[in-house]
Design a protein around this ligand. Structure first.
Ligand SMILES: Nc1ncnc2c1ncn2[C@@H]1O[C@H](COP(=O)(O)OP(=O)(O)OP(=O)(O)O)[C@@H](O)[C@H]1O
Ligand SMILES: [Mg+2]
Length: 846
């Protein structure tokens, strides 16, 4: 009976008679696509044909234009890409398993021919011709993504930390769930099995996510690591962050997260298409996609992480879609063992349960398979509307399956004949399934139709690479922007690896304080400086801000010297670049820097790079701890307070006083000293002047007296001459008696001579005294000159005096690993060679 293509109806096979073991040719099983919105579970032992059945389902979905996201833990689903409309042996040749050929004693070519024949005949028996295969090939865009590997298409998980485009007011629960899943996955990746409610790791990371996403900020692992060390909030619940999760312990978490970045395969996680569900379901032109996420190569923790992340993304995407009753898309996971267990609670369980409960309303069908019915959480699977039960042998598998199915049926209001079912399940052949569909009145037993895809089994990574190579080349060609974006996403690893740079600061023990020098130079200023050095303008091919490691030390040193009346405290900031990894770190090489601790930033600029190699002094907490003491020693030995000293004036310069100011002050002091000395001299001389002056006065008086006497003598002599005349004339009267004493002329003459001598003596004495005054004046001038000269000279000698601090007066306030920003500019020089120059982007001068 030919296939009737009916949209919305999936041709899965034909009914099967268990008694005769015959397929009933005229009883096709056309499954209503809408029934998949209530999800399907496929169980059966290994080899029972589960994957074959699901491949059939996917092929039908593709033909119907229904997109699918497939999680492929074993590598079997990749076979969906092995469709060859012409079914030629050479089409099969690259994909056959050479071991199978050897086992059959055939050459690969012979074996490929055998396989091609099998497939041609198999398909023909189901009346599936080349046309249908071609239609399938064209119906959807089939692609294999290999998270964490570059074999297939790359997918960037970093975008999954992007702030979701959902409203926090209405979608709080979805967002919280998403955070919880992401965080659980991340913690699983680093080997922390965390209870979302109790684990402080989980709570801290979740709080960081919520804090960022509420603010619309994207996160990546590097930022996450930084925020673990320095959470952007003070409190978690009612507790202070430090109390809740002390820094020392947070460091352990940061280190563990850092191991993710440090792993060589991390780059693969950061490149490629973003994990955008909308884009995984449809191409840019609107063609449905069948997107396979191959995870066979990943470790258990990585698989858990990725699957959780993917499921959470699907939930977020789904919640942004309008409701529908039609099948909008499929999510298929081949083998869910470990992801949806009955008792344990791995991170994937919650989103899986959410999907099973909610996806229906959005038309999203979930298809799950397992060969381990015992390890499934059937409570969750009561939501599954279709059960495809394949061959099962182990009793406990059957029992558990029937328990689950029974509760699913009773949920749907139907009863289950356990005895009959038990018999049926035991009698099933390979590729024969018992379909329990809650939408059908009775269960159906059917054989799966021949898969159009070559069911070759798991492809190797190399085969995936071959399979996806043309596709990758096409992506690189048509999407240079995307390729560039991928480079940016991978800049931390890919670009950095080549140059010893990282996109994030290394994770260091919390005891090692890290600070960031402020960027004081713009990018264009940086380029200009590089151009100046190169002696002309340069055309940069690359510019980047690179943080290089340095040590910074802040200390205050108090200098006390009672004698010098010195009590000064100096603030000291020293920067010690750590440009060579193995160089011994010595504060002797440090330079003063004009920075205050308040100028420092506690986080780097965005999109900066970091030097990867750090000397042990700043990676080893103990070595780092010694640096403060070494700085104190260095300051103790080397730090002197230098004072200018004027020995003549006994003056010391004041703190901060320039040499010039000190000289001026000395001059003034000398002038004052000189003036004082001169005053003193003058005073001393004044005493002598005064004494001489007294003497002079006395002499002058004596002289005046002597001169008076002499005048009198002369007058008397005249008078006596006259008296003689007058006596003779009788006119003298009363005075005649005195004149009578002077009787003799000789006596009178003697007296006169005496008076003359007195005058002369007095005059001589005065002259002598005056000479003495002159001499004294001279002496004084001489003395003054000498004193003046002395004080003038006093300003000339200035010595340096050093005051050393006491050990207890040195206070080291902070030693930190200082990230010093530099602009690294790469340009082509005149000879066409690539050159890279770096200029400091921080303020260098003290
Ligand atoms: N629909 C089909 N068309 C053609 N061949 C099929 C089909 N289904 C199964 N087979 C064949 O049976 C083999 C085993 O089937 P399948 O891989 O689906 O088993 P399974 O139940 O998925 O086993 P496991 O649990 O080990 O994954 C396939 O490799 C293929 O050769
Ligand atoms: Mg399988």
């Amino acid at each position: 009976m030919p296939i009737v293509e009916k949209l919305g109806s999936f041709f899965l096979g034909r009914e099967y008679d268990l008694k005769t073991h015959q397929t009933l040719p005229d009883r096709p099983v056309n499954y209503d696509a809408r029934d998949l919105t209530t999800h399907a579970l496929v169980v059966g032992m290994t080899g029972s044909g589960k994957t074959g059945l699901c491949i059939d389902l996917m092929e039908e979905a593709a033909l119907d234009g229904v997109p699918a996201i497939m999680i492929d833990p074993k590598g079997d689903i990749t076979n969906l890409l092995l469709t060859f409309p012409e079914l030629r042996p050479e089409d099969f040749l690259p994909w056959i398993n050479p071991d199978d050929a050897r086992r059959k004693g055939q050459t690969p070519e012979e074996y490929a021919a055998t396989v091609a024949k099998t497939w041609r005949e198999g398909l023909a028996s189901w009346e599936e011709g080349p046309e249908r295969i071609r239609a399938l090939k064209d119906a959807a865009d089939f692609a294999i993504y290999t998270p964490g590997s570059e074999a297939g298409l790359s997918v960037s998980i970093l975008s999954s930390f992007k702030a979701p485009d959902l409203d926090w007011d209405t979608e709080t629960e979805t967002l919280r769930d998403r955070i919880q899943g992401t965080v659980s996955g991340l913690l699983g990746l680093i080997g922390v099995a965390a209870d979302p409610v109790r684990s402080r790791e989980h709570i801290l990371l979740s709080t960081i996510f919520e804090h960022a996403w509420r603010a619309g900020q994207d996160l990546d692992i590097a930022q996450l690591i930084m925020q673990v060390q320095k959470p952007p909030f003070r409190q978690i619940g009612v507790f202070d962050v430090e109390t809740f999760f002390p820094e020392k312990d947070r460091f352990g978490l940061a280190m563990a997260l850092n191991n993710i970045i440090a792993s060589p395969s991390f780059a693969a996680w950061t490149q490629g298409d973003p994990l955008d569900i909308g884009e995984m379901f449809y191409t840019a032109t609107g063609k449905p996609r069948h997107t396979i996420f191959y995870i066979a190569h990943l470790s258990d923790a990585e698989r858990m992480f990725f699957v959780t992340l993917l499921l959470e993304q699907i939930i977020s995407w789904m919640r942004g879609q309008p409701g529908t009753t039609s099948l909008r898309g499929l999510v298929y996971m081949d083998e869910i063992f470990g992801f949806f267990p009955p008792s344990a609670n791995p991170p994937s369980k919650k989103p899986m349960l959410t999907l099973l409960k909610q996806a229906r309303a959005f038309g999203l069908g979930i298809v799950l398979t397992t060969q381990n019915p015992v390890d499934l959480d059937y409570k969750g699977l009561t939501n599954a509307g279709t059960w495809f039960i394949g061959k099962l042998q182990a009793e406990r598998d059957k029992t558990r399956l029937m328990d689950g199915l029974e509760s699913a049926m009773s949920e749907a209001g139907a009863a289950l004949d356990r005895a009959a079912l038990d018999r049926t399940i035991s009698a099933l052949d390979n590729r024969v399934f018992l379909m329990h569909n809650v939408n059908l009145r009775a269960p159906v037993i059917f054989t799966t139709r021949w898969a159009m895809s070559y069911l070759r089994g798991p492809l190797t990574r190399q085969q995936i690479k071959t399979l996806m190579a043309p596709r990758k080349a096409q992506v690189a060609e048509t999407k240079p922007a995307a390729a560039a974006a991928a480079t940016v996403a991978a800049r931390g690893v890919a670009a950095g690896a080549a140059t010893g740079l990282m996109a994030q600061p290394p994770v260091l023990p919390p005891a090692i304080k890290q600070v960031y020098l402020p960027v004081a130079l713009t990018e264009s200023q940086g380029v200009r400086q590089v151009a100046d050095r190169a002696g002309g303008s340069v055309t940069p091919t690359e510019k980047r801000l690179v943080y290089t490691p340095a040590l910074i030390g802040f200390a205050s040193v108090r200098f006390v010297d009672r004698k010098l009346n010195l009590d000064e405290t100096q603030d000291i900031a020293l920067l010690l670049p750590l440009d060579e990894k193995n160089k011994v770190v010595s504060w002797k090489d440090a330079q003063p820097i004009g920075l205050d601790p308040r100028d420092l930033a506690d986080r780097p600029e965005r999109d900066a790079f970091f030097a990867a190699d750090l000397p042990p002094a700043v990676t080893d907490a103990r070595a780092f701890g010694r640096l403060a003491g070494e700085l104190a020693d260095h300051l103790y030995q080397g730090q002197a307070y230098t004072l200018a000293y004027n020995p003549a004036l006994k003056l010391y310069s004041r703190p901060g006083e320039s040499e010039r100011d000190f000289k001026i002050r000395c001059q003034q002091a000398a002038r004052e000293q000189r003036d004082a000395a001169v005053d003193k001299l003058r005073a001393k001389y004044q005493v002598q002047f005064d004494r001489l002056e007294d003497k002079l006065d006395r002499q002058r008086r004596e002289l005046a007296e002597s001169e008076g006497q002499l005048k009198g003598r002369i007058g008397e002599e005249v008078l006596s001459g006259l008296a003689t005349v007058a006596g003779a004339l009788g006119v003298l009267g009363r005075r005649s008696s005195s004149l009578r004493g002077l009787t003799s002329v000789a006596t009178r003459r003697r007296i006169t001579a005496q008076a003359q001598a007195n005058v002369a003596a007095a005059k001589a004495e005065i002259a002598r005294l005056q000479a003495q005054v002159e001499q004294l004046k001279n002496d004084m001038e001489q003395d003054i000159k000498q004193v003046t000269d002395q004080w003038t000279a006093a300003t000339e000698t200035i010595q340096q005096v050093k005051v050393m601090p006491k050990k207890t007066d040195i206070d080291v306030q902070m030693v930190a690993l200082a990230w010093a920003p530099t602009w690294e500019v790469t340009y082509e020089d005149a000879r066409g060679r690539n050159r890279t120059e770096a200029v400091p982007a921080y303020r260098v001068e003290a």
